[in-house]
Design a protein. Structure first.
Ligand code: C5P
Length: 219
């Protein structure tokens, strides 16, 4: 028996990579599989939440019962989040949003020649920071994938983005695979979860979110 810890709550999740077009067929993306975000969406559904999943391109089947909004680029993800977030009680930002997009992508396929090709990259908006700086933000949860100094970088990120909760993992232990190791950072300190399948970790994360949410929101 799983208690319905988020019964009736509206949870918005972003998942997967974003894909930034270079030309008509090519793009810049990253190795995010979407597995962690989809597991979080599934765990939230199990906990009784109404779940909207905004997802970049992945090879995964979305969890049954989620309202799924597929997007491609970071700008599209931002637009979808802005359209949905006003309805959300909890926002869990698991997506590996591309930090840069290609300025002036070519409408036609770029032809190769002997010259050096230069792509100009411009920074993408920070979707999560946009949400936390809203007037009445939902309860926001961030993710951080680091390649080194996990504790230091994660806590810095949590403070910079003004998050009550951030889940951090090491790229080598998390990205692409079915298993991960999560460390949770909140106002009470650091909670290291045992490594395991992403769905198991997602269920623990949802329990943690439900506890913090209940402590800061009456009913
Ligand atoms: O700064 P960094 O990308 O490591 O922060 C990770 C957190 O911020 C994740 O929760 C990610 O979903 C979110 N993020 C975002 N938009 C970006 C970059 C990161 O929402 N452009």
């Amino acid at each position: 028996f799983q208690p319905k810890l988020l019964a009736g709550k509206r949870v918005l999740v972003t998942a997967g990579p974003t894909w930034e077009a270079v030309d008509a067929v090519r793009g810049i993306t990253n190795r995010s599989s979407g597995k962690m975000g989809y597991a979080v969406a599934r765990a939230a559904l199990e906990a009784g939440a109404k779940v909207t999943l905004i997802t970049g391109p992945t090879a995964l089947k979305p969890p049954r019962g989620a309202h799924v909004i597929p997007v491609v680029s970071a700008q599209e993800m931002l637009n979808a989040v802005n359209a949905e977030v006003g309805e959300a009680d909890i926002f869990i930002s698991v997506a590996a949003v591309a930090d840069y997009y290609v300025l002036n992508p070519s409408e036609q396929k770029i032809k190769k020649d002997a010259h050096i090709l230069t792509l100009e990259l411009a920074p993408n908006p920070d979707i999560l920071a946009n949400v936390t700086s809203r007037a009445n933000p939902p309860f926001c949860v961030g993710f951080a994938a680091e390649s080194e100094n996990l504790y230091e970088f994660a806590e810095l990120k949590r403070r910079r983005k003004n998050l009550p909760l951030l889940a951090a993992n090491l790229v080598t232990e998390a990205v692409g695979g079915d298993e991960s190791r999560l460390t949770l950072f909140d106002d009470n300190g650091v909670h290291a979860l045992a490594p395991g399948p992403k769905l198991t970790l997602a269920r623990q994360l949802i329990r943690h979110i439900a506890t913090l949410y209940a402590a800061t929101h009456s009913v």
